[in-house]
Design a protein around this ligand. Sequence first.
Ligand code: AMP
Ligand code: MG
Length: 521
Amino acid sequence: MTLSLNNLFTKELPADNLSDNTPRPVYQACFSFVSPKIPSNPSLIHLSIDVAKQIGLEPEELEDDDFLAIFSGTKIYPNTQPFAMCYAGHQFGNWAGQLGDGRAINLMEVTHEGKNFTLQLKGAGPTPYSRTADGLAVLRSSIREYLCAEAMHHLGVPTTRSLSLISTGDEVLRDIMYNGNPAYEKGAVVCRVAPSFIRFGNFEIFAARQDHTNLKLLADFTIQHYFPSINETGKEKYIQFFDAVSKSTLDMILNWQRVGFVHGVMNTDNMSIHGITIDYGPYGWLEDYNPTWTPNTTDNQHKRYRFENQPQIGLWNLYQLANALYPLIEETQGLEAILDAYTKEYDAKYLQMMQSKLGLQIQHTSDRSLIQELIDLLQEIETDMTIFFRNLSLVLKNDTPATALSKIEFAFYKANDCNESIALKWHNWLSKYIDRLQLEIVSDAERSIAMNQVNPKYVLRNYMAQLCIDAAEQEDYSILKELFELLQKPYEEQPEYEKWFAKRPDWARVKIGCSMLSCSS
Ligand code: AMP
Ligand code: MG
């Protein structure tokens, strides 16, 4: 197996000078060298040929014994030194101090076709940043991360990618409900891939410690290697960097809102400076359109990371990054201007995004209210977000409101809920919508094609991941393979998989892992 190494992070940035793995504060260092835990009986469950290709691996190299050895943490690839990064973060709005890669180990950094990639194992054992935890990951959470990252990529949402999913043969103890009933579960490691795994928190830790030397080193490194189009020097360079992070963060969140993804733990240590979705934990997908929903049980009380709050949280997190970069700039003006622009820009882009979901290509002043009325109506009775938007593309310019309603009512969880008064509201809205469609120049067929490129037919519904996990616990990976295939083409009709174009079944309403998730991964 041959990979083209660059190992920029470890070559150019300061390392922790201690090499022991005991949990401890690490100062004046961007990372610590660590060794992955050797699994007792590693076995490959799944790999992504597409991601392998991206990093420069040929299909025949995937058959190599080395593939399993290296991506399970059994063997170290020649001329590499695995490392865990040091970072801090704000968790649920509070400063949490040093966190770091507690169960992530960067194996190596490679270059392929002019692009840089860091290959990182999640669940490969303890590091100096593991605090009181074990550095391991269970099969259930590894499947969720592995599948969802690939699903998001194919949905067009910026994300880390998944290279491989390997069961370790080791058991991991978890108290899934945090109720004093821990149990052993199967362990696994995922190899994930990103341009880098640098987070907002990597900057926050140096700013908090007033270690401005390393703050500058890390910022210069990040800009030089990952933001090469920034040509400015001095303060302006860091302002441009912040602007780029702000814009990509906004775009990522806009995409989450488009497809109904709820991250669940938008702490600043889970925010990538590349504006890619990172750290798939207790995430979930909106099924019935409930903007106040969060899948994360830990956040049940305040619902800080609920669906509708994600854009604002993105901004809150950017404020923390701005504070962290401030010592390099020592002026608030430039940073404030970028933060002030965020809300306006989000509003404008949100409108465009929703117009595209409705198939509205020309601009019209009534669109804002049409969209707001729809958002309100979607919450009147339990209505499936994905099915609603997908089926909306079936509505024709010369439909009556009643015909149009018959095309979307499959999205209602209980047909009976659509009583006379609800039906009347839908008739009113659909009649406005059909009137509005008359202004569109494109044909019904063309509009439908455009809508089907932004409104996915298939997403990784919470119950689908759970069915896959239940089977995988019994070493049946058939659903995993099927979902992996299905989610490669989320916008295409796939008649053989029509059964996955379905509302959440009743049993999933209250089942752990489907309607609610904990962080016990
Ligand atoms: P998360 O919310 O999953 O992104 O994790 C927050 C912090 O806890 C990060 O610093 C993780 O590295 C750490 N962490 C989470 N789970 C574990 C674990 N099982 N072992 C060690 N550290 C962990
Ligand atoms: Mg994290």
